[in-house]
Design a protein around this ligand. Sequence first.
Ligand code: PMP
Length: 375
Amino acid sequence: MDKKTYLDYNATAPTRPEVVRAVCEGLQAPHNASSVHSFGREGRKMVERAREQVAALIGTPANQVIFNSGATEGNNTVLHHFKDERILVSAIEHPSVLKALENIETIPVHKNGTLDLDALETALKEKPTALVSLMLVNNETGVIQPVAEAGALAHKYGSLFHCDAVQAAGRIPINMAILGIDFLTLSAHKIGGPQGVGALALGICGITPTLLHGGGQEKQARAGTENVAGITGFGLAAELAKNELSSYTAKYSALQSPLENALCKINNLKIHGQNTSRIANTTLLSLPGASSETLLIALDLEGIAVSNGSACSSGRVQPSHVLKAMGASDEETTSAIRISTGWNTTQNDIDRFIKVWQNITDRLKASPRRRGSNA
Ligand code: PMP
């Protein structure tokens, strides 16, 4: 196979070449950012520069940004801080929120994939709540959540507000103060940075949730020797993403709209969250009668990488909890495919996907066990 087409940016984006170079350079010297000698001081400078770059992407002062190993850690750090209190989260959060604790209560979403704000208010009225958590953009559907409204409701009822902004960063403008976010989590590898690096940003509430204790790194907020090279790469990826933010929607809509139009012409399929405010890089579709697994494998054999929704660690295809929460039928849930684009996606990739999709779905239609259904 001569050509591979990567359309799974929401799982992880290819690392940008500039970032690869910066990370490699960062690895050239022993940069323990806590050391007082010149190597350590150089490492400290690299970390602080990256802090400015990441802070700029989310409109917050640099001293409010704590580096960590990624959004799974960030989400767990925030939720564990409130482990003995009431926590409300949307039913479509990432597993790193939904599974962080056992006693979390979930708030439903509408059929279009947005949080049911009335249900949130009803729950908040019921009894005191310490924390509300709502993602800014859903990783499976790309649907943009009413974060400002949910944050305002949380504060109205005396709760703090956490936002997982992993899939929004670099795609839509983020300003923590304007959105009323007390805790925000980010991950470098979704924006072309390295894996295993992320950040927790703090709003004005004055609370610093801390999960890892030990050395006093990150002003006592996150123990462990800083991943200087990774943090440097994260900073650069954040700066590159910020520079491209103003043209993001136009650029990716120009790929998304023709893609969705073409796919709807080929098959009678459903695009989830289609008429809702949605990020321009994500298309989650269901082809009733087909199986996600069959489609994924057939596409993979053609060198095209997409996802069934959310990537899971075991590599097994599991029905999406997000689609279930949106009231999708079993048939829709088991036939879902997510296409997500990013910095290195070209029109050729989209054209190739459409062509291969047409061939695969024609073949499935023609086969006696129609569409490889396992539903
Ligand atoms: N939240 C969301 C919305 C995500 O998409 C992901 C990654 N799939 C995470 C959290 C976890 O991020 P990380 O890989 O940095 O742990």
